[in-house]
Write a protein that binds this ligand. Structure first.
Ligand code: ZN
Length: 410
């Protein structure tokens, strides 16, 4: 029994020795081939650390912490470009390159130096333009942009003008009609109304409409003394500047009443006076049908007078805007129409309409029976000019025939 135990012990010792030897050999082998799992881990993290160090050395990167973009306007026409103003922080950010994209692919492109260009087929779209940081900071900035069709100077155009507003109840519905059709108009606001409803003036401006002044409180300027005249115009310019951030460059004198004193004051205030060549007499007829019919008699180059403070004009606008466009008219702002026709709007001067293009005049002359009507319209427009011209020319009694017909209303 004792002998048997000894024998088992001997076997056990041999077994232990063999196991120890095997472990030793295995351990040596592993060291030689460098495949120990512990070594693996430490080698891996060391490598990762080295890579990180290399990265840091490569761009020495200071990431952006703030990014924003300012567009000079919230709308643009096809054929125009705009310079975007990109601002970021900190000033020493390493990589300030942005990747630009548009909510509707391909409609807008932005160059490396921030010049935005709408594509030829982008008209009548409202898109969101986004600039994303490429420095891994995940910052992005975006803004909305309305894209209007290009103006073709060889095609007919009219400038619809709206006086006496804003009145949010009516002005907003009128704006809706222009917005829907990607059409523009000029709003001659009263300073006092702009003061009451700056957000409506802001909406006009943001939609790309032109905002001019119709004076502060609708006084007949030709009857005011020097200081009253100055204040009446100055206050309205301030009210509009407060609402939209920029001063108007156009003014429409109440009742169309103008003389050299008013023009001299306008010049001092950087304002060009614009009256009209087609009076819809909306204030007199007070119904949408008559106003609609009057507007539809407009010819190329007309400046059309309406008022955006009257409920009955909403329906007229909703109808004539698409119908004028369907007839081939471009609905543009006063400044756009003058620029397209190469005519200037200098401070201290008075204007009524632009000359029709040669192309449009030839078309009118060549049109058979309609000639009579068209010619009639043309000559009446010329008459209006002549009458108003006389009024503008006279310095003292400018409450002449033109003012007489509109006094107390326009
Ligand atoms: Zn008025």
């Amino acid at each position: 029994m004792k002998k048997g135990v000894m024998k088992y012990l001997q076997y056990a010792v041999v077994l232990v020795v063999v196991v120890i030897l095997l472990c030793g050999i295995f351990s040596i082998l592993r060291r030689l081939t460098g495949t120990s799992s512990t070594d693996d881990l430490s080698a891996g993290s060391a490598e990762a650390q080295t890579e990180a160090n290399i990265d840091e050395k490569a761009d020495n990167s200071v990431p952006m912490t703030e990014l924003s973009v300012t567009a000079p306007a919230t709308s643009i026409r096809v054929g125009e470009t705009m310079q975007l103003d990109v601002s970021f922080a900190p000033e020493n950010a390493t990589n300030t390159k942005l990747k630009w994209s548009c909510s509707e692919e391909g409609l807008v492109s932005v160059s490396e130096d921030g010049v935005l260009t709408p594509s030829e087929d982008s008209a009548k779209h409202t898109v969101t333009v986004t600039g994303e940081a490429t420095d891994g900071s995940d910052l992005s900035t975006s803004f909305e942009l309305r894209i209007y069709p290009a103006i073709d100077p060889s095609k007919p155009m009219v400038a619809i003008t709206m006086d006496d507003g804003p009145n949010p109840d009516t002005t907003n519905k009128i704006l809706d009609a222009f917005e829907e059709n990607y059409a523009k108009a000029t709003f001659f606001c009263l300073g006092q109304n702009a003061g009451y409803y700056p957000e409506t003036v802001q909406r006009e401006y943001n939609l790309g409409m032109e905002v001019g002044t119709h004076t502060q409180s609708h006084q007949q300027l030709t009857k005011l003394s020097g200081s009253e005249l100055t204040k009446e115009m100055e206050d309205s310019v301030s009210a509009i500047r407060d609402a939209i951030g920029v001063a108007p460059t156009l003014m429409r004198p109440p009742y169309g009443a103008i003389n050299s004193t008013v023009l001299a004051e306008a010049k001092k205030q950087g304002l060009c006076a614009v009256n009209w060549s087609l009076d819809t007499e909306d204030w007199k007829t007070k119904n949408a049908d008559d106003t609609y019919k009057m507007v539809m008699t407009a010819t190329d180059g007309d400046v059309v007078l309406l008022h955006d403070i009257h409920e009955y004009n909403i329906n007229a606008v909703e109808r004539f805007v698409p119908d004028l466009i369907a007839e081939g008219y471009q609905l543009v702002t006063v400044s756009e129409m003058y620029a397209a026709r190469g005519e200037t709007l200098d401070p201290g001067t008075i204007h009524y309409r632009t000359d029709p293009t040669t192309a449009v005049m030839e078309e009118t002359t060549a049109a058979g029976d309609e000639d009579g009507a068209a010619a009639g319209t043309d000559s009446s427009a010329a008459d209006t000019d002549a009458v108003v011209g006389t009024v503008a020319g006279s310095t003292a009694d400018e409450d002449g025939s033109t003012d007489g017909t509109t006094a107390g209303t326009e």
